[in-house]
Design a protein around this ligand. Structure first.
Ligand code: ADP
Ligand code: MG
Length: 325
């Protein structure tokens, strides 16, 4: 750490905030939390490394947001309400302007979800951010990947492909017709909005859920595998980022929509009896929810079909498009 700012000063200045929902937050050998009665704890960790998950020189405020957002997205996919998080930070050097912006992005999102950063670890090394998040979900109510059943509807939140398009633009592979559109897809990539409220509300309806980090087809595949079922997906029904419509490049569009990562939307399954309740839920929380197919008996993978029910040849041998920077 820099001679000007000790490790402890750094932690105090940038990461110690009152922990409103914890018994004890930053500053002791461990944090203390008291889980609410009747709740199970949902725990997950995600690490983002410079040069692997984000570009060197990434905007620190957006990075602070995204590192927490990807973790909150995992909570959303379990139907858990995120309550506490710890932050393990590896820094090549102490850069106070960077730290201040990073903390700003991190705590802004934490504040939106009334989540406390209750501890962490600060070390010197290549830039890396690892966040562990702890959430709560009523006993037996968590949304697992394994619960999809034949006959269930298949749903997806929001719009797909925007983050992958943002990545392609940033890599200089695609040019967009206007700055406004480019800013939109860059935000989709840099500042995903985790669907926490949706996940919590889906506890009563969904049989399975997952968040889209690696692409629609890949992440749907995890539900199908864990549930031992197949799916028929109507390609024309898949909600897609409006920016894709400006490109008129159908191959790029299908790559972004089907295989683009980093959207952090939710894929979930639910029995048909809940259709109208789910539509009401979408209107209630202001999140687009689209029925894109159904779960069928049989083995994965998903069949992606066109409007006439024909398998889409464009997908043959398809692999991950969204290689990371
Ligand atoms: P220890 O030596 O006991 O591991 P540390 O010196 O690593 O303690 O941390 C001191 C306190 O600061 C602990 O409560 C720890 O959880 C917290 N902490 C350390 N780094 C961070 C960080 N990046 N963000 C939040 N809390 C942190
Ligand atoms: Mg420590």
């Amino acid at each position: 750490m820099s001679p000007r700012l000790s490790e402890f000063e750094l932690i105090r200045r940038y990461f110690e905030r009152p922990a409103r929902g914890a018994v004890l937050g930053v500053g002791d050998d461990a944090a203390l939390v008291a889980p609410s009665a009747g709740m199970e704890l949902a725990i997950s960790v995600d690490t983002l490394n410079e040069g692997v998950h984000f570009f060197a020189g990434a905007d620190p405020r957006a990075l602070g947001h995204k590192c927490l957002a990807v973790n909150l997205s995992d909570m959303a996919a379990m139907g858990a309400k995120p309550r506490w998080a710890t932050l393990a930070l590896s820094l090549p050097a102490v850069d106070e302007a960077w730290l201040s912006e990073f903390a700003r992005g991190l705590f802004a999102l934490a504040g939106q979800h009334a989540l406390d950063i209750i501890g962490g670890d600060t070390t010197r090394g290549p830039l890396s951010v690892s966040i562990t998040v702890i959430g709560e979900v009523p006993f037996g109510k968590a949304l697992r990947r394994s619960g999809a059943r034949p006959g269930d509807d298949l749903w997806v939140s929001g719009a797909l492909g925007g983050a992958a398009l943002g990545l392609a633009v940033r890599r200089g592979e695609v040019r967009l017709p206007s700055r406004e559109i480019a800013v939109g897809v860059a935000r989709r990539l840099d500042e995903p909005e985790p669907r926490v409220e949706l996940g919590v509300r889906l506890r009563d309806f969904a049989t399975a859920a997952i968040d889209i980090s690696d692409g629609f087809v890949a992440d749907l595949g995890h539900i199908l595998e864990r549930s031992g079922v197949g799916a028929r997906v109507r390609y024309d029904q898949l909600p897609r980022d409006i920016a894709l419509g400006h490109l008129g490049d159908r191959a790029l569009e299908s790559r972004c929509v089907l295989s683009g990562g980093d959207d952090y939307e939710l894929i979930f399954t639910a029995p048909g009896e809940h259709r109208s309740a789910i539509e009401a839920l979408a209107a209630g929380i202001g999140v687009l929810l689209t029925r894109v197919g159904d779960i069928v008996a049989g083995a994965p993978p998903a069949a992606i079909i066109d409007a006439r029910g024909e398998p889409l040849p464009v997908l043959a041998g398809f692999d991950h498009f969204a290689g990371r920077p």
